[in-house]
Write a protein that binds this ligand. Structure first.
Ligand SMILES: Cc1cc2nc3c(=O)[nH]c(=O)nc-3n(C[C@H](O)[C@H](O)[C@H](O)COP(=O)(O)OP(=O)(O)OC[C@H]3O[C@@H](n4cnc5c(N)ncnc54)[C@H](O)[C@@H]3O)c2cc1C
Length: 402
């Protein structure tokens, strides 16, 4: 087709399509039903007791939610990344802890092995990880290397046919449960020209002598998810446990975090949706001064703003996820989605508690869990400040200070 007065050949005009596919809608419904029927009734008790749920992890595995984007030959669902984003969003709508187990299991656990592992590594680890019978973790953060992830000080020295690993990691999700089977550890394996560290990722099975994983307790957020502190003392693994090429660790880490940011964004979106729904329902029921509090304009406008922000976040996240599925550059959009969805969840959860008044501060009310859980999203997988640094660089802001 030619436009009037133009040489532009537009071909067949396709409308911009915002509709999920039938299969994606079926998955959303299935995960929503599971989350409402099986997670919601026990989420608060697990949170109170700081208890990781093996049963719910297994159920998520049975439903195929681990490895949705992994090809069938390794036990995955062979579906696109958007299916996975939908699953995380729906679980987070009900409970951040279970969403954390799922998101870390997929984006940080399965993803690096799937994308950078060789055939033997993929065959060894992925089938059980995709069933939810095993968990793998991503050991990047250290006591002195958080936002500055390149400052890793854990070392891996090649001695004969073995890597000898020394150092420690902190805040590592899914790393110290009874079904945690392997950790992808980023370590310094040498020096580059100019003195910069050569970083590589190495698969270290849980239970290897010299490797300990202790559960960290007392979290304000995601209390029913597992977070471990890892220590490596002359821990030896075969040289074949290297993931991908020696020296590719920093690139693998950045790419893994890019994908992971989409799932953190999905947790923000889903969590905000959950908090909003609770607030809307409550504000329509709760009467003060002889009328539902939702009918006071100030509260109706709050709800309108919350709904609008959630819609904006959804568009941003789904666009970024679509770019990822199309194998197009998506780092900037992933950081924007992660930052916006996290900060939006922060605002929505705050207003949701406000609309509940004193009852919103009580633990029996799920909105109280949303209020706590949202905070992690501003910090994990790159803080909001770090996302702004990434975005500023990608839009061309100059300056070494960034
Ligand atoms: C529950 C939980 C689960 C986690 N799971 C994992 C996991 O599975 N794997 C893993 O490797 N890590 C994990 N983490 C670690 C997480 O990614 C880090 O906490 C995060 O990257 C921030 O690092 P930090 O805590 O050391 O904070 P710091 O880096 O010390 O930051 C402190 C503050 O300084 C700011 N800041 C730092 N540098 C700059 C700068 N250049 N400019 C402006 N501001 C700056 C930060 O934005 C922040 O506000 C997890 C953390 C938690 C709490």
């Amino acid at each position: 087709m030619k436009t009037p007065n133009s040489e532009l050949d537009l071909g067949v005009c396709m409308p911009l399509d915002f509709e999920l596919t039938d299969e994606q809608q079926i998955l959303r419904k299935m995960v929503r039903t599971f989350a409402e029927k099986e997670i919601a009734p026990i989420a608060q008790e697990l949170d109170d007791k700081e208890e990781f749920s093996y049963m719910l992890t297994e159920r998520m595995g049975e439903l195929g939610l681990f490895g949705l984007f992994v090809s069938e030959e390794y036990g995955g669902g062979n579906l696109g990344y958007i299916f996975y984003i939908i699953a995380v969003e729906e679980i987070a709508r009900i409970d951040g802890s279970q969403a954390a187990t799922l998101a870390a299991g997929n984006s940080l656990g399965i993803s690096p092995i799937y994308h950078y592992g060789n055939e033997a590594q993929k065959k060894e680890w992925l089938p059980d990880l995709c069933k939810g019978k095993a968990l793998s973790s991503f050991g990047l953060t250290e006591p002195n290397a958080g936002s500055d992830a390149g400052a890793t000080s854990t070392t891996a020295t090649l001695e004969g046919d073995q890597w000898v690993i020394n150092g420690s990691k902190i805040f590592i999700s899914n790393s110290s449960t009874d079904i945690s089977k392997v950790c992808v550890v980023q370590a310094v394996t040498g020096k580059r020209e100019g003195g910069r560290s050569e970083l590589s990722c190495i698969l270290v099975p849980n239970g290897t002598p010299g490797f300990t994983a202790e559960t960290m307790h007392g979290k304000m957020v995601w209390r029913a998810s597992n977070t471990g502190e890892l220590s490596f003392t002359d821990c030896k693994v075969p040289k074949e446990n290297l993931l991908g090429q020696r020296g590719d660790g920093f690139h693998q880490m950045l790419a893994t975090l890019d994908g992971g940011r989409l799932s953190i964004a999905a947790m923000g979106l889903g969590g905000a949706q959950g908090a909003f729904e609770l607030a809307l329902k409550y504000a329509k029921q709760r009467e003060q001064f002889g009328r539902p509090i939702a009918t006071f304009q100030v509260n109706a406008f709050k709800l309108a703003d919350m709904a609008t922000e959630i819609e904006m976040a959804r568009l941003l996240l789904y666009k970024a996820s679509w770019l990822y599925e199309q194998h197009r550059p998506f780092s900037k959009e992933a950081s924007m989605a992660k930052m916006f969805c996290s900060e939006m969840y922060h605002r929505v959860a705050n207003q949701a508690v406000q609309l509940h008044g004193g009852y919103g501060l009580m633990k029996e009310n799920a909105v109280e869990r949303h209020y706590r859980n949202q905070k992690l999203l501003d910090i994990g997988e790159g803080t909001s400040e770090v996302q702004r640094i990434v975005i500023a660089r990608l839009i061309g802001v100059p300056g070494k200070g960034l």
